[in-house]
Design a binder for this molecule. Structure first.
Ligand SMILES: Cc1ncc(COP(=O)(O)O)c(C=O)c1O
Length: 274
């Protein structure tokens, strides 16, 4: 009960997915977990290799040999009721495995609706989402606004008014075949799916730029899509009641989704459960 992950959100996490027994980009997720630990001065009591083995072992024990979702949580551990992390002498590792799906087939086919929320992304000199910490109230407040507006997702701007990311997704625009995603200096997470989408887009011959995106850039884009481990690559077809393009998933997004579906099962991009 006195775990500071619970009391103060003092901890870090990763969301990971396995497809047909291939834990997609497991090494990259583990690397990011240890980066989050470094930035928050949190000691993880396992080496990276031990952590990889522990994830695979958890999937085997739960007999999840096909598709699954893995949530890795490392909390600061038990302390007292004060927030001083020095009181927490042993961090805690929790591995959850499940069969979660965020956006179903319908969302992929029709695309999502979204609003730009009034909740600004936490600044990079505060609880920045560049670090994947247990502090997600910023995203939760934005998600509440999406729910209130009866749309699927919320888009967060940063304090300067530039587009940052979704609540748990990175965002891309496609305009005249130029693929753009905001830089992480806006406060966005360095998404693993974001990097995969960039690599796929480049391999398909598109020019990709990491540069500032304004709300008007979103409204006027031919296509907008989100990327994320849970969301995968998913089209956004309406933002603040403006149709994006013709209001249907665009051809570039669909091509990327198709390639992504192939890649997630590729053993060269993952770790086998078997
Ligand atoms: C705030 C935030 N942005 C972006 C992402 C997408 O990152 P990834 O593709 O690594 O899952 C996530 C999900 O993990 C997130 O929580």
């Amino acid at each position: 009960m006195y775990d500071h992950g619970f009391l103060y959100g003092d901890g870090i996490f990763e969301g990971i997915r396995a497809y047909s027994g291939n834990v997609f980009k497991l090494r990259e997720h583990i690397d990011r977990l240890y980066s989050s630990a470094k930035a928050t001065m949190l000691d993880i009591p396992l080496t990276k290799k031990e952590m990889i083995n522990a994830v695979v072992e958890a999937l085997r024990k739960n007999e999840l040999y096909e598709d699954s979702y893995i949530r890795l949580v490392v909390s600061r551990g038990e302390g007292d009721l004060g927030l001083d992390p020095r009181k927490c002498t042993k961090s805690k590792v929790i591995i959850i495995t499940d069969e979660i799906k965020l956006h179903g087939r319908e969302a992929k086919e029709k695309g999502l609706t979204a609003i730009i929320s009034w909740v600004k992304r936490d600044p990079v000199d505060a609880t920045s989402h560049e670090i994947k910490s247990l502090n997600y109230l910023n995203s939760i407040l934005a998600k509440l606004e999406a729910n209130n507006a009866q749309v699927d997702e919320a888009i967060c701007l940063n304090k300067e008014g530039f587009v940052c990311e979704g609540v748990a997704e990175n965002i891309f625009t496609v305009t005249n075949d130029l693929v753009v995603t905001p830089p992480t200096s806006t406060g966005a997470l360095r998404g693993i799916t974001r990097q995969v989408a960039i690599d796929i887009a480049k391999a398909l011959g598109y020019v990709v730029a990491k540069k500032g995106v304004t709300p008007a850039d979103l409204f006027l884009a031919d296509e907008v899509f989100f990327t994320g481990t849970a969301a995968e690559i998913v089209p956004v077809v309406e933002i603040n009641k403006r149709k994006i393009g013709d209001g249907r998933p665009g051809p570039v997004t669909r091509k990327l989704m198709e390639k992504y579906r192939q890649l997630v099962k590729d053993p060269a991009h993952g770790t086998s459960v078997r």
